[in-house]
Write a protein that binds this ligand. Structure first.
Ligand SMILES: C[S@@+](CC[C@H](N)C(=O)[O-])C[C@H]1O[C@@H](n2cnc3c(N)ncnc32)[C@H](O)[C@@H]1O
Length: 191
């Protein structure tokens, strides 16, 4: 379904991303935004017609956000979390109508503030590998508590480090490798 959906990453976005990585490699976690192939793989499992509330964690320069913007139902409530201030301000300008928040560690309270206690889908670009175990647990616990029973959590990582934790937290976890990305990435789709 998403085969023809293409998001072009602007040179200015690539440059901004690299600059932010140099300033804060721990939070940014990658030197370039995700590739188009990775973006498609991440968003492929989403049943767009049935999604009324969607959350994106760690949006960066907005490669996933752009495709989400193009594919969501017009009445879908979308909340985007991005910690880096300049990137968040740019996302706010580009994707008007989407709710913007700064910190994924405050997922539940932020969603409560817009009346979205339960959501259909959470897409994450967060660099979990760089977080402490306590931070990972805090975010995954809130993801579980926030998702509807049949909801989807989709995340990517550059290793299989999150496999055990996600398998313990969700009933079903499927993993696929996307080689066409710098670096190659694993996509975890969790139900
Ligand atoms: C690997 S980048 C992914 C960016 C984008 N989703 C992509 O795939 O190109 C991770 C992003 O997560 C953001 N981030 C890190 N910690 C965060 C947190 N606690 N809350 C929200 N965003 C966070 C970083 O600022 C960075 O933009």
């Amino acid at each position: 379904m998403l085969a023809n959906t293409f998001t072009k990453t602007k040179i200015t976005d690539r440059w901004r991303f690299l600059k932010k990585f140099i300033q804060n490699p721990h939070d940014v976690g990658s030197i370039v935004p995700s590739s188009n192939r990775l973006t498609q793989k991440m968003l492929e499992p989403i049943p767009w017609n049935h999604v009324h509330t969607l959350v994106e964690l760690g949006a960066g320069t907005g490669v996933f956000t752009q495709m989400i913007y193009d594919l969501v139902r017009p009445d879908c409530q979308v909340a985007v979390f991005e910690k880096e201030e300049e990137m968040r301000e740019l996302l706010k300008r580009e994707f008007c109508g989407f709710h913007m928040f700064s910190n994924a560690l405050e997922l539940k309270d932020s969603l409560s503030s817009i009346g979205a206690d339960r959501v259909d889908c959470i897409v994450s670009g967060l660099p979990f590998a760089n977080f402490s175990q306590a931070e990972r647990e805090k975010i995954i616990r809130q993801v579980r508590e926030t998702l509807r029973e049949d909801g989807l959590f989709i995340t990517f990582q550059y290793s299989l480090q999150m496999k055990t934790m996600l398998e313990a937290a969700f009933d079903e976890v499927s993993i696929s490798l996307v080689p066409w990305n710098i670096p190659p990435a694993f996509v975890y789709t969790c139900k």
